[in-house]
Structure formats: structure tokens, C-alpha cells
Design a protein around this ligand. Structure first.
Ligand SMILES: [Zn+2]
Length: 84
């Protein structure tokens, strides 16, 4: 099983931000268009690309917000710490 699939299974195929109903969540249990986000981007930390603590499942909407910094990295790291 590849890492991306493994992370999505760990996160129950749900956007972890929607699940907490933060940042304009429309649907709490959101299974749609789930993508795996690198909290610390690959360009900054290639060695963390496969670390569970650096990966989180997000919907496309929240993934864009995370990529643009509208969702702080520290918040995402805190959410992952609750999961693993
Ligand atoms: Zn979401």
C-alpha cells in the first residue's frame, strides 16, 4: 500500500479540518476529493515526506487553504498529534 493511501485510511477518508468543523466547513463528514497534504512542504523538508506526523488528509478546499498558509502549520500539526 502506498503512503498516500495509508494516510487516507488512517484518517478514515475524511477531511480532518471538516471533521472539526473549522474554516467554513460545509460538511462535517467530508469524503469528497480527499488529498494528502504535507504540513511542512517537501521543498523545506524532503526527509519528512513519508513521516506520518507530517501528513494529513484534507478536502480540496482545505488543502488549498493549508497550502496558502490560511490554516497555520501548527494547527495542522496539533490535529495530527491527536490522531497518531
Ligand atoms: Zn475540508
Amino acid at each position: 500500500m502506498n503512503k498516500s493511501k495509508w494516510i487516507r485510511e488512517r484518517d478514515k477518508h475524511l477531511c480532518q479540518i471538516c471533521l472539526l468543523e473549522r474554516y467554513n466547513t460545509q460538511t462535517k463528514y467530508n469524503f469528497n476529493n480527499i488529498e494528502v497534504h504535507h504540513i511542512v512542504p517537501l521543498i523545506e523538508a524532503w526527509d519528512k515526506r513519508l513521516e506520518d506526523s507530517n501528513l494529513i488528509s484534507l478536502c480540496a478546499y482545505h488543502h488549498k487553504m493549508a497550502e496558502s498558509g490560511q490554516i497555520p502549520k501548527n494547527e495542522l500539526i496539533g490535529i495530527v498529534r491527536q490522531i497518531i
